[in-house]
Design a protein around this ligand. Structure first.
Ligand code: GLU
Length: 291
């Protein structure tokens, strides 16, 4: 029998807060109840925002909370070669294209189009979808711009990827943390448009690294916050395109701040280190997050 495998995958771009504590402890509790494994993964592909200090803080906070995980911990920035290989495959399949528009150019393009009375579509995070213009660039022109060192990002051609897969996609979502019942959720990758899958200097993106790692680490159960529910649509598409197995998902409730909003890494008073220094115990944290 294969063991069920859970993971907690924080990004070291800030301090852990109560929301992370809930996610980590819930993963621990569910893995234990299932007799499964718990992995910790450090998602640090964004080297401009992630720091060794924040990473050290993650280990410190999680140990204090009583979380145990398997070693070695996978740190994404140590594995760029793995992602590059997958990116090369997508380039070979012509499912990605180099996108050259800067943020400013995208904004101007969209403002212009909205002036003409058309509402520009946004992705589930509220970000305007990438205009289709670069998809039509002739190969020669792409090569010329890349040779000239023009900045670009690799974007997934979502229509081409959907056509490649050739069928509608869904994912398995657990109804609650007891894992006793599931339902199928329709995946809507087109809602995200042509997402970035890699940058010129980083051969991956959040979506790509997550699906590659979940497969490599044989993660069977992805337990994470509801804020990533919509992201699952895009991740299912990438799994299909790359012939990767699909885990089952449970998107848990979010811990909200006193203002009813999602906690952010800049909210010092809900940070685990600050709570610990103020005298809170791990049991207090459990109580605070309702576990
Ligand atoms: N690294 C992501 C975050 O900290 C979570 C990725 C995931 O659970 O899929 O928000």
């Amino acid at each position: 029998m294969t063991l069920l495998t859970f993971r907690f995958a924080p990004s070291p771009n800030g301090e852990l807060h109560l929301g992370h504590a809930y996610s980590a402890l819930l993963n621990q509790q569910m893995a234990k109840a299932a007799g499964g494994r718990l992995l910790l993964r450090i998602e640090d592909i964004d080297k401009t925002r992630c720091t060794p200090e924040f990473e050290a803080g993650i280990y410190r906070d999680l140990k204090w909370l009583g979380l145990g995980w398997e070693e070695p911990v996978r740190r994404q920035s140590d594995h760029f070669a793995d992602y590059q290989a997958v990116l090369d495959r997508l380039i070979g399949q012509e499912l990605v294209y180099p996108a050259f528009m800067s943020r400013g150019e995208i904004r101007a393009f969209i403002t212009d189009s909205e002036k003409r009375g058309r509402n520009w579509p946004r992705d589930p995070d509220g970000v305007p979808l990438y205009p289709a213009a670069d998809k039509a660039l002739p190969v020669k022109e792409r090569r010329r711009r890349i040779a000239e060192n023009a900045p670009f990002a690799w974007r997934l051609d979502v229509d081409a990827a959907m056509a490649h897969v050739g069928r509608d996609l869904s994912w398995t979502e657990f109804v609650d943390e007891t894992l006793s019942a599931t339902r199928q959720i329709e995946a809507r990758p087109r809602d995200w448009g042509d997402v970035i899958v890699a940058r010129r200097d980083i051969p991956t993106s959040y979506h790509l690294a997550v699906v590659v790692d979940d497969a490599l680490q044989e993660v069977s159960h992805v337990v994470r916050g509801q804020d990533l529910y919509a992201a699952t649509s895009m991740q299912r598409l990438l799994q299909e395109v790359l012939d990767l197995p699909q885990p089952a998902y449970f998107h848990h409730r979010l811990i909200l701040g006193p203002d009813g909003r999602k906690l952010s890494k800049s909210l010092g008073d809900t940070g685990l280190a600050a709570l610990r220094e103020a005298g809170a115990s791990p049991d207090d944290i459990r109580r605070l997050v309702g576990l």
